[in-house]
Write a protein that binds this ligand. Structure first.
Ligand code: KIV
Length: 282
């Protein structure tokens, strides 16, 4: 059956009409297929792949080529979800024309429907230039992992009135730039609720409480596949890392005692053919 692909207006309408928007990261074909089949609205090819797929300590080292490689794999799998691909660090903090070129590549080569970039008021002009070029942009404010060092590390943002006002202005700047939605990461729930109430575009929260217009998580966190660090805001819905470890250990044990492969995993040949071979090669 043909599945209807979600569009930007479908996502934007959900702010008024609901239900809340569900978003999850994916980085490859098999997981993107499952996440799409489960009815997730936005699949984010996040630059978190630098940590959960490539094993870096952060996202700064992720390149355009990395993002294109994973975005293409996701795009081959997805039928319904809107695909948003992260612009990696260094791909938009440059001239507007270079940023537009990079965003174009993520759509044309990477199969993305939209791009995401991190930053508030200071990134509003580049976000606006990309939007003006016809490319849908999702903003990302609050804890912005690409520039986390400037923010004092991976910590909650906007806890006092001054910082909260700056975050409010950041989210507004992304709306004014023409973004179709904005991710709010690691900010107090009442601040996220206030921003959500005052913006006309959907807010997608990660560690931003229940009142955003949608929620996003990193799939490895949700499924228990990334052991190095689990933020407080993550709910682990499964422990697939543990199940995978048990399965791989069982395989290793069966190889060691020759109980794998069994007859049902092996191919046979006719007795006389084998005989002939033995005669000819003895
Ligand atoms: O890269 C990513 O996965 C993200 C989410 C944490 C929103 O930006």
């Amino acid at each position: 059956m043909q599945v209807k692909k979600l569009t930007i207006p479908d996502i934007v309408r959900r702010k008024q009409d609901g239900p809340p928007i569900s978003s999850l990261t994916a980085y490859d074909y098999p997981w993107a297929k499952l996440i799409d089949q489960a009815g997730t609205d936005i699949i984010l090819v996040g630059d978190s792949l630098g940590m959960v797929i490539l094993g870096y300590n952060g996202t700064v080292a992720v390149t355009m080529e990395d993002m294109l490689h994973h975005s293409k794999a996701v795009a081959r799998a997805v039928e319904r979800a809107l695909i948003v691909t992260d612009m990696p660090f260094g791909s938009y903090n440059c001239s507007h024309s270079e940023a537009i070129t990079n965003a174009n590549r993520l759509l044309k080569e990477g199969g993305a429907d939209a791009v995401k970039l991190e930053g508030g008021t200071e990134m509003a002009k580049v976000a606006a230039a990309i939007v003006k070029a016809g490319i849908p942009v999702q903003g990302h404010v609050g804890l912005t992992p690409q520039t986390a060092t400037n923010l004092g590390g991976f910590r909650v943002q906007g806890r006092d009135a001054r910082a909260a006002q700056k975050l409010f202005e950041d989210a507004r700047a992304m709306e004014d730039a023409g973004c179709f939605s904005v991710v709010l990461e690691a900010i107090p729930a009442p601040l996220a609720a206030h921003i959500t109430k005052n913006l006309s575009i959907p807010t997608i929260g990660i560690g931003a409480g229940p009142d955003c217009d949608g929620q996003v998580l990193v799939m490895h966190d949700l499924l228990g596949l990334y052991e190095r660090f689990t933020p407080k805001f993550v709910k682990q819905y499964a422990k697939l890392g543990e199940s995978a470890l048990q399965a791989i250990k069982a395989y290793n044990d069966e190889v060691a005692c020759r109980s794998f492969p069994a007859a049902e995993h092996s191919f046979s040949m006719k007795e006389e053919e084998l005989h002939q071979l033995i005669e000819k090669t003895r």
